[in-house]
Design a protein around this ligand. Sequence first.
Ligand SMILES: Nc1nc2c(ncn2[C@@H]2O[C@H](COP(=O)(O)OP(=O)(O)OP(=O)(O)O)[C@@H](O)[C@H]2O)c(=O)[nH]1
Length: 417
Amino acid sequence: MFDLNSAILSSIGLTLTLVLVLMIFGAYQQRTLIMHWVRGLLLFALGLGVYFIAQTSLVDGPQGVYAASAVTIIAWGVSLYVNGIRMFRGYRVYRYWPLLVVTTLLACNAVMLNTHTSERWILLSNLLVLICVFGDGSRSLVGHGKDFVAHVFWLCCSLFAGISLLLAFMATKVVLNDHVSLHSFSDWRIHAYVMSASVLVFTAVTALLLLVMHVRAQAGLQAIATLDVLTGVLNRRGLQEAATRMQAVSQRIRLPMGLLIVDLDYFKKVNDVYGHLVGDVVLKSCAGTIRAALRGGDVIGRYGGEEFCILMPNTGEQEAMILAERIRRIIEVTPVNIAGVESMSSDTQAIKCTVSVGAVSSETVGYGLEGLFAGADQNLYKAKQNGRNRIASNIDQLLNKPPESHKPAKRHASLIA
Ligand SMILES: Nc1nc2c(ncn2[C@@H]2O[C@H](COP(=O)(O)OP(=O)(O)OP(=O)(O)O)[C@@H](O)[C@H]2O)c(=O)[nH]1
């Protein structure tokens, strides 16, 4: 039989194990937040220890005093833990909330124990404060959205709310019962079992929140590994992964897939004339402009220094060329604002850039990724050879005839003072 002493001792053991796990976790990340939880749980374990001492009659004195002290310490611990949850969710941490909880309980208990008020009222006031603390915890955990993380928050919130309801149930019983006495064994039992249940809830909530932390850290690492730091679009690795996925799906459902390689014309000149910082600003701006011109489902990545690659699902070569022309045109008419870039000696306000685009689709070169990239590269070379600021594809006879705006770019990026 799992008796009361075993329940309290195993709860203390579980809490201390949780503290140990958190400290190991905290050595690697989010130390400040983890320390809120560690301090909270240590106080919780201390409160349970006080219960245990009173329960086993290791000390003399009125048990009511020990009960009140235990609840005070436990409520203090929970409020610290809840502050950790608030920090985790990005809410403002109530630094004085734990202090308020302790002071309220100490004052209530001191007054009631000294005035020999019925223990019923001591229990009731303690339970009410505990309900508030657990209630605040569940409120802080209410999640938004419908993703995995939101489900975890919902679960954590329900567990905290469950404990609040249990405490509310106990409080109601205390109110209805005229003969509640802290000296009676049955009250200790109920109280300590609820506290043990709280430990289980803490364990579950902590485990779930650590899981969310881990998932978020993984997602962050994944983003770092696949995103280009300068432009925010996919880097070569991310692009490769996206291309592999898109190619597999396109081939399977037998829909064409298009690919563009967009290369800034005479970009070396920009670096040479204005410096690398301006070059970076131009790259960033052009990536943003191109991204804004894409359709939903299209993917953009940085293929090389001043080269971007665009992957287009369900796109034949003719359509790829239409998008290529749209990109060429939008870059041509969108000057890059470079005013205020540090270390700029010239007073040039904006730079007008142009791009050459090589387009290809699986219709003409098949689904092989190597063939698609090589085909787009060859067409880009063709566009450069033909004078830059133009597009080229395997079927570009029609669109490749340069209209007025297709004038060959000058040997350097034109400037707008
Ligand atoms: N500022 C900046 N420059 C870069 C970056 N990556 C590559 N570059 C520069 O991009 C330039 C590419 O020059 P080239 O390959 O000669 O190409 P280009 O001058 O654009 O000439 P064409 O492509 O033939 O029109 C080089 O000067 C590189 O140093 C970057 O991240 N930031």
